[in-house]
Design a protein around this ligand. Sequence first.
Ligand SMILES: [Zn+2]
Length: 77
Amino acid sequence: MSTAAKPFALTDKQLAKGIAVGKFTITELGIEKKCTMCGEWYPFDDEFYQPYFKKAESRFYVKAECKACCTERHRKH
Ligand SMILES: [Zn+2]
C-alpha cells in the first residue's frame, strides 16, 4: 500500500546500543522505540516518529518523542 510506514535505517551498532539502554526493542513486527515523553513503545518508522535534518552534521536524526507527543508539546507552547 502507498500509505505504508517507512522504517528508519539503523546500524547494528546503533540498534545494539539502543537495546542496551532500553531505547529500542525488537518485536515480531520489527524494531520499536520507546518515546521519551509518554514512555510508550511504537514502531520505529515515519508514521510514529519524526525525522529531522541537522545541517551542521549533514545527517538525519529522528526525534526522541513520538509524533503525538511532539504535536502535544507544540500545542502547549
Ligand atoms: Zn509519546
